[in-house]
Structures are given as C-alpha cells and as structure tokens.
Design a protein around this ligand. Structure first.
Ligand code: SAH
Length: 369
C-alpha cells in the first residue's frame, strides 16, 4: 500500500492561538506551541532537530508533518546613514522589500504586506508597479525573523528591532487575514513581545479594515491622508473616491474611541506645488481638530518616471509651522536610505536590472497620462 502524502503545515503561518490548536490537532498538548514559538522567535531556530526540549519522537513528527519556510534573502544593502534594506524572494521571480531604520535609542523595521499594490496612489513607486498578490503570514513575519537574524537582534540581550511599521509595499488592511496573525506574533511575549504602541499599521484609508482592526487587536494606526479636501485626495489616493475624507475621519474617531483608545498618526507626503500650499495646511488644521491625532509630514521621495518633485525645505518648514500654530503636533520624517532606494514610496521590489525597471515605470506612467 502506498503512503498518502502528508500535507505539511508551515508553522510560520500560524499565530499563537492557531499554533496551540495545531498541536492539539496532532494529539500534543497546547503548551508545546509555547516551546516552539520560543525556539522560532526568541532563539531564531528553524531546525526542528535542534529543539532540544522537545522529545525525539515529537521532533521527528514535526519534520514529517510541518515545516518552517520563509522567504530567502536575495540581497542586503546598507545605506551610508545606517539604514538597511533587504530584498526577499517570494517565488516566481517576485521579490519584496523590508527596511530597517536605526535611530537614537530605537530601531524601526518597515515591513511589506503585499507583492505590489492595487491602490495606485499617484506618488508611490509600489503603486506604479501594479498588484501581484497578497503575502502569507509566514512571508510577513518571515521578514521580521530574517531582519532580526541579520541584525543580531537580542544577542547579548540587546533588542535591535524596537518598532515595526506596516509601511512597506502593499496595503495591509487589504490582506488582514494574513496580516493579523503576523501582528499577533509581533505583539505576543512568545513572539517579539513589542508593546502595542510600537506596532503600527499604515493604511491608505480602507474603512472596513480600520473597523475590523479595531475589533481584533491593539496596535497603533497611521492613516495616509496627503490632502485636506476630497477633490485633491481623489487624485493622489484614488481609494478616496470610495471612502471620502469625512467618512474616513469618522472611522478614525471610532478607532480612537474603540477599546484601545489610541490617537491616530496622519501621514502627509509633501509634493511641490501639489499639496504643500499654506491654504492646504490651514484646511488640514480644521480636519485634524476633529480627531485626536498628530501629523507626520513626509518629504516626497522621487522615483524613476514620476513628474512630482519634493517640496523645498522652506515650504516644508512653513507648512509645519502653520500646523503647529494650530496646536497640532507635526513632525517631519527624515528621509532615510534614499541612496539605496529604501525611502518611503521607493520600494518596488525589483531585482532585475534597474534600467529595465526605469523603462517599465516610465512606460506605465506615460500610459496613465
Ligand atoms: N498602503 C499603506 C502603507 C504603505 S506606504 C499606506 O498607504 O499607508 C507608507 C507611506 O509612504 C504612506 O503614507 C505613503 O503614502 C507614503 N509614500 C508613498 N510613496 C511615497 C513617496 N514617493 N514619497 C514619500 N512618501 C511616500
């Protein structure tokens, strides 16, 4: 008689609760999940045979019925400012990008949630690339695992990654099924043990996703606003046609008043002559007064094929001053890692030659005007 092939479960696809359920489904006690999670996320160990506190029999069973597969590293580049960018292989010629930004006293990992993006924001390189597919939980948490390993996270007790932001490629709230277990693993003590304010989901404004996230998990929320009025926001963030500003603000208020009570960070990319006029700042103040929030201004980062330019330092400064005079906290995000195309909106996940990528983006851009 032939053996029926065993369907292997990738255990990196499971959040803490699902992991305990899986162990019970193979006739093991749930606490085995805790041991395994510690091996994977605390020790960085992916070889079942080295998990010495599991019985030999269980280790063999795991080898047979489970795996721990995650995206392989294609390249790692370090910017002159210390920013690190990885390109990870997610199969079929696709790659995703992950960025580590070290700052005084903290280290932020910027993680991707999709291969490409379907939202087509006019100022974003990922959008210009189009949408390919959702990432799985193992491909999302795998980025953190790989980065932690490469950085020597928690070796000698020092934690390199203190914050995670879902601000890489893709729209995380369009892939919540895979993103939620990954967020749970970032938060859980048996995973990376990050406090809720240190794990941020960034969205272009997907209202049902904001409400669902609010119900499910305590994390911080960043909303990419980029314009104070619908007419302009429709142009920059086409998703606004479906979820206009007033409804988005109402959803933000539900989030703030939800059980986790956390204020919102609004992101606003400053594009020269497009959304950086003092009048835009004044309108923005009126909007931001409607919800407990702060503003993060992002100088536009150019990419091949775009006609947008970054606002001048004077205009950025002026914009920030006006907002602050309105008693709203406004910070300017420092551009990091631009020499290795690791800055916001520059992540295109392309590992074929750069000239071809430029041509392709240029062509797409020409086709869209
Ligand atoms: N889809 C999510 C997360 C990814 S983008 C979202 O929209 O929030 C992370 C941030 O970088 C967003 O605020 C995005 O609008 C901004 N961004 C995109 N392209 C940019 C560019 N070229 N320059 C500066 N910021 C950009």
């Amino acid at each position: 008689m032939m053996d029926t092939p065993v369907r292997q479960q990738n255990l990196l696809d499971l959040g803490p609760a699902a992991m305990a359920d899986w162990f019970e489904s193979i006739g093991e006690r749930g606490f085995r999940a805790q041991q395994l999670l510690k091996w994977i996320y605390h020790q960085g160990e992916l070889d079942f045979s080295r998990m010495s506190n599991l019985s030999l029999k269980l280790r063999e069973q795991l080898q047979h019925q489970a795996n721990l597969e995650l995206p392989a590293t294609l390249s790692q580049q370090t910017s002159r400012d210390g920013t690190v960018k990885w390109l990870f292989d997610v199969g079929r010629g696709n790659a995703i990008e992950t960025v580590f930004i070290p700052e005084h006293g903290r280290g932020t990992l910027c993680v991707s949630s999709q291969v490409g993006c379907a939202l087509n924001c006019s100022f974003c390189a990922t959008g210009a690339q189009g949408f390919n597919r959702n990432l799985s939980t193992s491909e999302i948490i795998g980025q953190v695992w790989q980065a932690a390993k490469a950085l020597g996270h928690e070796r000698n007790g020092e934690r390199k990654i203190t914050n995670v932001v879902m601000m890489g490629m893709g729209e995380p709230l369009l892939n919540l099924d895979a993103v939620l277990p990954a967020l749970q693993l970032m938060r859980d003590d048996l995973g990376y043990g990050l406090a809720s304010r240190r794990v941020t989901v960034s969205t272009a404004g997907l209202i049902p996703g904001i409400d669902e996230l609010n119900k499910q998990l305590d994390v911080a929320l960043a909303v990419s606003l980029h314009a104070p009025v619908d007419e302009l926001r429709n142009e920059l963030v086409p998703l606004n046609k479906k979820y206009p500003i007033a409804e988005l603000i109402a959803a933000c208020n539900r989030f703030v008043q939800g059980k986790h009570k956390r204020s919102i960070t609004f992101e606003y990319t400053l594009i020269d002559g497009v959304n950086d006029h003092p009048e835009h700042a004044r309108k923005l103040i009126k909007l931001l007064r409607q919800v407990p929030s702060k503003l993060n201004l992002i100088p536009f980062n150019p990419f091949p094929g775009t006609t947008y330019r970054c606002s001048t330092p004077e205009r950025i400064d002026r914009f920030q001053q006006i907002i602050m005079q309105g008693n709203i906290i406004a910070t300017v995000r420092k551009t990091r890692g631009d020499d290795i195309d690791a800055a916001c909106g520059q992540l295109a996940g392309d590992f074929s030659d750069r000239t071809r990528r430029r041509e392709r983006i240029q062509m797409q851009w020409q086709a869209s005007v």
